[in-house]
Design a protein around this ligand. Structure first.
Ligand SMILES: [Zn+2]
Length: 281
């Protein structure tokens, strides 16, 4: 496989604490043979390259595709439905404004990746390129085991999707968090709930605009790279950045509190990539 990989990072403009320049420098430091680049918003770049009339048509098509990628019922797989006019309108407004935030909508990760793949320049749709799209859209994947969609922080595909909402919503918070939330809600004490949850759980999960977001995302970007080279983004070692965290506490352990970045096995694998690339000259 061609080790001269080009990694392209696409921004999510609402995430104040997400620093793509730092992420790009991090990848270059871990695997010096990889070329990294921070790009502009994928949708905006695609649309702005079109003529005005083509842009209007493309925007309409994209809006409809995203409206169809919505998961209306999390217990229903691949629900085929005709989107409502309002849903399409919502998507066109979201697409027209790269600073927009997607609220309360869950998308199908496969469908989203499929839509975004078509926006990538044709000559870069090959294995010499790894495209990593950050988004504030929340997406999920269908799990056959319990027959429902599960929200995800990441989806390793072409392109890879990393969600700044998913990293907050997908890995489960400590069990006591949900228990307390339920109790306060039952008592109708929402205001007290907010204060108490903040007091008890501060720092124990990744929150919106979390100052640790860039540091955490380093591991997810490395998982995308691991998936690209080895077909498996994950590691069993809970202290390795490639650990597949299902709990917020595991995210914090593997990305922030671990005594090392990568397990001995992955350290070796990563070093091999660089050695092979320098052998290739
Ligand atoms: Zn590992």
């Amino acid at each position: 496989m061609n080790k001269r990989l080009h990694v392209h990072l696409y921004p999510e403009h609402c995430a104040r604490t997400l620093d793509l320049v730092e992420l790009s420098a991090y990848v270059a430091e871990v695997i010096p043979c990889i070329e990294t680049e921070v790009r502009g918003d994928l949708g905006t770049s695609y649309l702005s390259a079109l003529t005005e009339s083509a842009r209007k048509a493309a925007l309409g098509k994209l809006a409809e595709a995203f409206a169809k990628a919505k998961v209306r019922n999390p217990t229903q797989h691949d629900d085929e439905f005709g989107p409502l006019w309002g849903e399409i309108d919502y998507e066109s407004r979201r697409l027209a404004d790269s600073n927009s935030k997607a609220f309360g909508v869950l998308y199908d990760g496969f469908k989203m990746a499929y839509i975004l793949r078509d926006l990538i320049p044709r000559e870069e749709r090959n294995l010499a390129h790894l495209h990593i799209v950050f988004t504030n859209q929340l997406f999920g994947t269908w799990e056959e085991g319990d027959r429902r969609y599960h929200a995800r922080a990441s989806f390793y595909s072409f392109p890879t999707l990393l969600s700044t909402s998913g990293i907050v919503e997908a890995p489960a918070k400590p069990r006591e968090y949900y228990f307390l939330k339920q109790q306060y809600t039952a008592l109708g004490m929402q205001d007290a709930m907010v204060v108490e949850l903040e007091r008890r759980f501060r720092g124990r999960f990744i929150d919106y605009d979390d100052e640790r977001l860039t540091e955490v995302m380093k591991g997810y970007v490395m998982q995308a790279i691991a998936y690209h080279f080895w077909g498996d983004p994950f590691c069993e070692d809970e202290n390795c950045r490639l650990y597949n965290a299902h709990w917020q506490e595991e995210v914090i352990q593997s990305q922030l509190e671990s005594p090392y970045e990568f397990c001995p096995y992955h350290r070796r694998k990563l070093a091999e990539l660089t050695e092979e690339a320098s052998d290739e000259g």
